[in-house]
Structure formats: structure tokens, C-alpha cells
Write a protein that binds this ligand. Structure first.
Ligand code: HEM
Length: 356
């Protein structure tokens, strides 16, 4: 481990502890050893530590910091978590949909909530891009979280950060890992249908094309493979997986027949099938096991286990849930750090669907 990543890990551990302290114990009550130690030397001691660590974290992480709202909106994590817990309990697939929203936000001009903007007479936004129209869902969940957050801390928290936190909570609620989310993103004033069409990977992509698309965002083959593990939850439309189950040869024939039963050779485009047939609502490693059994639903899924460079990673994740959890969490932080708007750039939208 090099110096930067060691420093990085150290800062994150410290910040995670402090974030937890803030969350569990209001600053005025020094009831824990850490708080007592901090306040015994100076009542401002803890804030100094937070400020210094936040600064260090900013330097390492493009100005995002887990403690960004610790003072301006301390209830933020609890608000997001409680709405997500309700939503996922009612409709587990919605957890998957929120996670995908975040991916589609970050891959198009960075994690700036551009994906949430409705079209206007002068702007064609991303919602109607090829990969999003009739497919992306969950906008109203982000609206619901946003209105509760606004009621608690007005004009303070970006829609982009809400999406980052909600995605983390979705994964955890579905049984996956948790991680500390760096915050401080601001919202874009515009969105671009052209950028969405150019940047969102279609299911027809080869492994090389997928790897190149991810590399263009600073994400490695390992990140690509781990992040694709998101397909352990949620569903795809027949239109997305028809080419794979009818035309590809690297499919288990029994699985292809099973899927053809719900997805005819023509028509029925919007019929859904689980991306992970084994446990569609559980964030686990069965997606990778499916791939090893040639039961990937999308062409792009099976590309990860087709005699190429990602095979070894698929094998690793299929047998080592701890490795998958760690790599997935780290890759989500990396993806969440794609070109954020920070400082005075962008704005804090009051309504996630419209620029102010
Ligand atoms: C590697 C390239 C990827 C491709 C080609 C791809 C493609 C797709 C497609 C075609 C669907 C089904 C859409 C539909 O039929 O309506 C889908 C669903 C989904 N994708 Fe991906 N995806 C990729 C990576 C990712 C990543 C990185 C994440 C998140 C980290 C993700 C999360 C999801 C989730 C959770 C769903 C299910 C959503 C739901 O049920 O509403 N995908 N993806």
C-alpha cells in the first residue's frame, strides 16, 4: 500500500469514527472517551480535528469530505436512511433502481444530479436518453428525500449528495456492504441528452469497450467487474436481454430457454426478468456465480466471464464475498468522485427536477 492510499485509509477511518460520534452524540454532550478526550484539552479540539481531517480528505479526494454536512445538516444521513428503509421494505427493486440512477448520473458529466433534471422547452435532458427512457426509475424517491431534507436544512444539501447517500443505503438495506460517503457535491444547472447517449454503456458492449468506457472515467477493470456486481439486484426489460438469449452462444441453453419463455423473439419489449435469477432482491455474490454458470442476463454481463481478462475477478468474487464487498464499496467511492462540482460551481437545487 503506497503512502497516499495509507493516508487515505487512515483519514477515512478517523472521519468515519467522528461522523459516528456526531451522529450518536450531540456535540454538547461529551459522553464518549473520544469526546471526553477532545473536550478535556479544549472544547474546540474536536472541531479542529474535524477541520484538519476534512481538509486532508479534500486534498486526497477532489474536495469531497464525509463530514461536509456534519454541522450544517447533521440529520441528513438519518433522513435519507429512514426514507430508503421504508421504500426498500415496500419495493426492494427500488433499491436497485436508485443505485442505477447514481451510476447513470456519475457517468454523464460527473455526479452532479444532471440525470434528475426534467426536460425544459430549451433543454433536452438525460431522462429521455436511449439508456434511460422507459427504464430508469426512482425519481420520486429522491424527491421525497429532498423535501424532508429541505424541511430540516433548507438550501444546504445537493441532490447529487442525496443520490450518493441513498445509493449506499440501498445497497446496505439489500444486504450488501456499507461505506462512508464523501460529500460536498453541488448540482448542475443543465443536463445533456447527447452526453447521456454517448456515455452510458449499452448491453451490447464487448468487454474491451466496457473497459475503455470505465477507464475513461478513471475506473479500472477491477472497478468495472465489482461495480457490475450491482446486477445482483434489480431487473432488465426483454428489449435489453433479447439479443443475448436468442443470438449469443455463451449462454447455458436451459437458462436461455427459461428466459425465452417470458421474452418472445419479437414483442413484449417491456417484460421484466431479474438480472440475478437466484436472489434478485439480495445484494450477494450469486450474480458472479450465475456468470460462471453462463447465466448472465445481459450480453455485457456475460462478457465479464467469457475467457477474457475479467474471468479471474469473477471467480474471486463468486467465492469470496468479503473481497466483493470491499472492492464494490471502494469502487462506489471512486465512481462517486467522478468530476463533482464543488466550491462555488453549480448550485444547491431546491427542487431536484429543476435548476433554481
Ligand atoms: C458495465 C456496464 C453496464 C451496462 C452495459 C449496464 C446495463 C444495464 C441494463 C441494460 C439494465 C436493464 C435496463 C432495462 O432493461 O430497463 C441495467 C439495470 C441495472 N443496472 Fe446496469 N449496466 C452496467 C453497469 C452498472 C453499474 C456500474 C451499476 C451500479 C453500480 C448498475 C446498476 C444497475 C441496476 C441496479 C440495474 C437494475 C435497475 C432496476 O431494476 O431498476 N449497472 N443495467
Amino acid at each position: 500500500m503506497n503512502h497516499v492510499s495509507f493516508l487515505h485509509l487512515y483519514i477515512y477511518k478517523k472521519l468515519a469514527i467522528i461522523e459516528l460520534q456526531f451522529h450518536l452524540f450531540p456535540v454538547s454532550t461529551s459522553t464518549t472517551p473520544l469526546m471526553a478526550a477532545a473536550s478535556s484539552s479544549s472544547s474546540n479540539g474536536l472541531f479542529m480535528v474535524v477541520a484538519v481531517l476534512a481538509l486532508l480528505a479534500s486534498a486526497v479526494h477532489g474536495q469531497l469530505s464525509p463530514a461536509f454536512y456534519a454541522r450544517s445538516c447533521p440529520n441528513l444521513p438519518a433522513i435519507v436512511q429512514s426514507v430508503m428503509a421504508q421504500v426498500v421494505a415496500q419495493d426492494p427493486r427500488m433499491g436497485a433502481s436508485i443505485l442505477r440512477l447514481f451510476f447513470h448520473d456519475c457517468f454523464v458529466n460527473g455526479c452532479d444530479a444532471s440525470v434528475l433534471l426534467d426536460d425544459t422547452p430549451t433543454m433536452r435532458g438525460e431522462k429521455n436518453a436511449a439508456g434511460n427512457a422507459n427504464s430508469l426509475r426512482g425519481y420520486e424517491v429522491i424527491d421525497a428525500i429532498k423535501s424532508r431534507v429541505e424541511a430540516s436544512c433548507r438550501s444546504t444539501v445537493s441532490c447529487a449528495d442525496i443520490l450518493a447517500l441513498a445509493s449506499r443505503d440501498a445497497v446496505t438495506l439489500l444486504g450488501g456492504p456499507s461505506w462512508t460517503v464523501p460529500l460536498g457535491r453541488r448540482d448542475s444547472r443543465t443536463a445533456s441528452v447527447a452526453a447521456a447517449n454517448a456515455n452510458l454503456p449499452p448491453a451490447s458492449d464487448s468487454l474491451n469497450t466496457l473497459a475503455a468506457r470505465f477507464a475513461a472515467k478513471g475506473l479500472s477493470l477491477r472497478d468495472l467487474t465489482a461495480l457490475s456486481g450491482a446486477h445482483t439486484v434489480g431487473a432488465a426489460r426483454c428489449a435489453s436481454f433479447r439479443p443475448h438469449i436468442y443470438r449469443d452462444t455463451n449462454v447455458d441453453p436451459a437458462y436461455a430457454m427459461f428466459r425465452r419463455r417470458v421474452c418472445p423473439a419479437s414483442g413484449g419489449d417491456s417484460v421484466l426478468a431479474a438480472l440475478d435469477a437466484t436472489s434478485p432482491n439480495r445484494f450477494d455474490v450469486s450474480y458472479f456465480r450465475d456468470l460462471m454458470a453462463r447465466r448472465g442476463l445481459l450480453h455485457s454481463d456475460q462478457e465479464l466471464f467469457n475467457g477474457g481478462a475479467a474471468d479471474a475477478l469473477v471467480r474471486l468474487y463468486a467465492t469470496n464475498g468479503g473481497a466483493f464487498d470491499m472492492d464494490f464499496a471502494a469502487a462506489m467511492v471512486k465512481m462517486g468522485n467522478i468530476s463533482p462540482l464543488t466550491g462555488a460551481a453549480g448550485e444547491i437545487r431546491s427542487n431536484c427536477r429543476r435548476a433554481n
